[in-house]
Design a protein around this ligand. Structure first.
Ligand SMILES: Nc1ncnc2c1ncn2[C@@H]1O[C@H](COP(=O)(O)OP(=O)(O)OP(=O)(O)O)[C@@H](O)[C@H]1O
Ligand SMILES: [Mg+2]
Length: 320
């Protein structure tokens, strides 16, 4: 089986604050994920604001260097020791889709010029072949090249522009697309179209996805696997259906019980961390222990082990 996504003791420390009051945050704290499959898969990454989802995505996309540990995507080491640096080769394996498509394109450049650059630089195509690659990628996301050609980002709606950025990500025929909250800035009425598009692309192009979201409903709908993060750690990982219908970790249970409340809390604009919350990143034992109904003394001192359940899922808890 192929290693679709694997991280080993992936760790990222951020240092914040002034010299006088230095705060360190373990945005990723020894993250171990391992997804093996012969078929393409959609892996959702969920967890409240600040849990480290974007940091994990950025490490995989090589936008951030890990403090230690490594990440493997489709049998290729992309981060940490042993990561190979050929950019073109990397971009033809791993492609991003970001939250805000208007930030992905400069307002002074036509969007097709981005697609063309990708086709020529990454795929190494001649100009005439680049056009057919663009036509085919745009066709896969329900757009026509003639309707896109010569247009600037502000001539598209958010949903259309996100489709263009998906088309751009498809041109190199990547093995995995890292999509960090790709629909959160898109009109609610159009979100499902994009989500369904991911499912189609998984079939048509055999592309896997790492889908980062605050929305448990869409995560449930599209994913094969789900990883739940809390303060830089994975608390539960397994087949999506199992994790979301029968959560075993107290944090996952809390998430599912309080979906409307969680949505409110997860809204990043309202998110400001208290000192207590920043401390949790440095907890030695379980990061969730202060909020956990099951917590005991051992949770203070010992990092919870991965407990393998019958259905193959891992629950990082002393008592779950
Ligand atoms: N460049 C940075 N410098 C310092 N700290 C950072 C940086 N980027 C992220 N952090 C901190 O690392 C932690 C994890 O952040 P991250 O953005 O990965 O979380 P997230 O799960 O993506 O959150 P959200 O749901 O809000 O997008 C947070 O405490 C954040 O403040
Ligand atoms: Mg994020």
């Amino acid at each position: 089986m192929k290693t679709i996504l694997k991280t080993e003791n992936l760790h990222k420390v951020y240092k914040l604050g002034s010299l006088m009051r230095r705060i360190t945050i373990n945005a990723l704290d020894e993250v171990n994920l391992n997804v093996q499959s012969d078929e393409p898969v959609i892996i959702s990454l969920v967890g409240e604001s600040g849990s480290g989802k974007t940091t994990l995505a950025k490490v995989i996309l090589r936008l951030v260097e890990p403090t230690h540990g490594s990440a493997v995507v489709y049998d290729r080491v992309v981060a940490g020791n042993g990561a190979r640096q050929e950019k073109r080769e990397f971009l033809s394996a791993v492609q991003p889709i970001f939250q805000n498509p208007f930030e992905a394109f400069s307002s002074y450049r036509t969007v097709d010029s981005y697609l063309q650059t990708t086709a020529q630089r990454v795929n190494n195509l001649r100009a005439s072949d680049a056009v057919s690659a663009m036509e085919s990628a745009l066709g896969s996301v329900g757009l026509k090249y003639v309707d896109v050609r010569g247009k600037y980002p502000n001539q598209f709606s958010g949903g259309e522009l996100q489709r263009v950025s998906i088309a751009r990500a498809l041109i190199p025929r990547p093995q995995i697309i890292i999509a960090d909250e790709p629909v959160s800035m898109i009109d609610a009425s159009l979100r499902m179209n994009i989500i369904n598009l991911f499912l189609e692309l998984k079939q048509q192009y055999k592309t896997s996805f790492l889908y980062i979201t605050h929305d448990l409903a869409t995560a449930y709908y599209i994913s094969d696997y789900i990883a739940v993060m809390y303060r830089g750690t994975i608390v539960e990982f397994g087949a999506a259906r199992g994790v979301l219908t029968d959560p075993q970790h107290p944090y996952t249970q809390l998430l599912l019980e309080s979906i409307p409340e969680v949505r409110r809390k997860w809204n990043r604009t309202q998110f400001a961390m208290s000192d207590i919350e920043t401390k949790e990143y440095r907890f030695e034992g379980c990061k969730f222990r202060n909020r956990c109904p099951l917590a005991q003394e051992i949770c203070v001192h010992q990092r919870p082990p991965a407990v393998r359940k019958e259905d193959g899922r891992d629950v990082y808890c002393h008592f779950a």
